[in-house]
Design a binder for this molecule. Structure first.
Ligand code: NAI
Length: 336
């Protein structure tokens, strides 16, 4: 199978080439994102492989159809950037990697919490500068704190387990409640009740119209002063302008982001020589109590191996006329 891999970075090349020793596909790597004006690069391919910030909306999918590409293989779990309705209408298969390492994202989530709490990002710079003063580095015990988990699927469940290990009280909100988590003492609450009670809130739900800008001025008003907000899910769950207001007023005492609504123009590239024109993002970076990582929650050795193997296997099933694995169906489409 000839596969055109978009948005590829050196590490994608490394892990896909290694995994491909077991498959023998023809892999063509491009740094460019998949979007309407890069579709042509995939002419003659049996599948395109795309990532979180590619534009796989109506125009792109129609263009793929026009050049005869029958499959879109997402090398990620989230698929909010794919218009499944159009893909279904045009008979283009969409596959993904539903779970490559929920531990990777869950552990990164907790890393953000602990770093912000104990101000590791500031301590690192101070000590290297010969400044051993502790003033301003006060943290708090995680033990006994109430944490709200929004979305208790694969990643949210693991975050819950880790936090319960710290002695946190975990409250949850999900459209589907987990009996396993309930048996471990997790209490599900209506969203607004949860917002009012938590010291820390962490997002592990998909981006949908219901979760778009779930953190906004109204929801922030319901929360305790000094709340910690962590988002490793999808950027648009947090309205960044509302978060800036919350940071300025002290409503938000800590903000940890691995994702950002406009990250498509920023993340996964070295922009250190350029002027970043996103003033909202730049303002966020000025706060000492904000920690941003560039969508690296998934980025572990184990996850990269699993992503490459599962993606190539998903495509091989199609080539070998076997039942498709990890296929996204119309009923999973996210309303737009
Ligand atoms: P999952 O599908 O196992 O769990 C998602 C949970 O969210 C489910 O329990 C679902 O019922 C719940 N949910 C759906 N709509 C909801 C709503 N409106 N309100 C509250 N809960 C809702 O997904 P998984 O594997 O745990 O991943 C969660 C999210 O993490 C993904 O959607 C993706 O956006 C993000 N992610 C981020 C990565 C990173 O590198 N930062 C890597 C992988 C995933």
């Amino acid at each position: 199978m000839k596969i055109t891999i978009y948005s590829s970075q050196p590490y994608d090349r490394k892990y896909f080439l290694e995994a491909n020793k077991n498959f023998g596909h023809q892999l063509i790597f491009h740094e460019a994102r998949l979007e309407p004006n890069t579709v042509e690069l995939a002419r003659g391919s049996d599948a395109v492989c795309a990532f979180v910030n590619d534009d796989i909306g109506e125009i792109t999918i129609e263009a793929l159809k026009a050049i005869g590409v029958p499959m879109i293989a997402m090398r990620c779990a989230g698929y909010n950037n794919v218009d499944l309705r159009i893909a279904d209408k045009l008979g283009i298969h969409v596959v993904r990697v539903p779970a490559y390492s929920p531990y990777a994202v869950a552990e990164h989530t907790v890393a953000l919490m602990l770093s912000l709490n104990r101000k590791i990002h500031r301590a690192y710079s101070r000590v290297r500068d010969g400044n051993f003063c502790l003033q301003g580095l006060t943290g708090f015990d995680m033990h006994g704190k109430t944490v709200g988990i929004i979305g208790t699927g694969r990643i949210g469940s693991i975050v819950t387990d880790i936090l319960q290990g710290f002695g946190c009280n975990v409250l949850a909100f999900d459209t589907i409640e987990s009996e396993v988590l309930k048996s471990k003492g997790v209490q599900y609450l209506p969203l607004n009740d949860l917002l009012a009670q938590v010291d820390i809130i962490s997002f592990h739900c998909p981006l949908t119209p219901e979760t778009f800008h779930l953190i906004n001025e109204e929801s922030l008003a319901l929360m305790k002063d000094g709340v910690m907000i962590i988002n490793t899910s999808r950027g648009a769950i947090v309205d960044a302008s509302a978060a800036i207001k919350g940071l300025k007023s002290g409503k938000i005492a800590h903000l940890g982001l691995d994702v950002y609504e406009q990250e498509g123009d920023l993340f996964f590239h070295d922009l250190s020589d350029t002027i970043i024109r996103d003033d909202v993002f730049e303002r966020l970076l000025t706060f000492p109590n904000v920690l941003v990582t560039g969508h690296q929650g998934f980025f572990t050795e184990e996850a990269l191996v699993n992503i490459a193997n599962t993606t190539l296997e998903n495509i091989a099933c199609y080539g070998d006329d076997k039942p498709l694995q990890n296929v996204l169906h119309l009923d999973q489409a996210i309303a737009r």
